[in-house]
Design a protein around this ligand. Sequence first.
Ligand SMILES: [Zn+2]
Length: 293
Amino acid sequence: MQRAGAERARVPLTRSSAARPAGLRLTPRDDADVMGINHATSGAAVWLATTAALPMLGTDIYPLDPAGALSGSLVCAGAALLPDADHHSATIAHSVPLLGGVVTGEIGSLSGGHRHGAHTLLAAALVTAAAVALGRILTPVPLLGTVALGPAIATVPLVCFAVKARDFVSNWATAWLLGLVAGLLVLIFSPDSTIWFPIAIGLGFVAHIAGDLLTVEGVPAPTWPIQVKPPRTWRRTPILNHLWKRNGYFSLPLLGHAGSIREHAFGVLLGLYCIYGFAEVVMRAAGLHLAIA
Ligand SMILES: [Zn+2]
């Protein structure tokens, strides 16, 4: 059944790619998908926005020191690429020669194909639960005291994915090296609270699903693996049949098709917000505040 669902989910992707004028496709890919760069940017942006809002939310992880805010944004950016680990041509698939493709292929078949089980709230909950467990792996280190070993180790691949997706570096060796540096920084500077790490992972994962929801292709129902399909009258009603789709997927297609100009423009806006957020964190570190908050 899942396989059949996967095939149905691909149909609109293929049709849309064929129907769209060639000039509107900015990236030549075999099927339409939100670009890794935009997912990573959305993860960093969501983290920066959330940490900025933390005083109002009254959580015990505020105040986050600047190192915590910056490392969290990179972890969140990396986590925002995780759902696409079900896709053989996603950023993550190329992270390790051969092994990356094998692992993503396995995740894809285990979760029922691309944009299936790995793009659901259930997957987000499972990954966040794993992050809670990882966040509790602490170890005493001479001179440093007790350090967050689990988050530091997980940070290495996540930051590697994030910087490569953002094209900050051109090759994977450099991306892994930056991941290692970030892992070390988390080891040394991560906040005392163990809750920041699962929050960053969960937020990043959900940001990815939200990003895909904004495209015509949509995402599985929040109730997955129970995927209810709309009745016939709904399927025949214009607009509504784009929101709850024939295959049971949901969509709020504000960005149009994945890979569209609108998606690129939204990615640029998120990128600008991230630059502002990073600048604000750095200024805060220097004891200054930007005029706009
Ligand atoms: Zn996706």
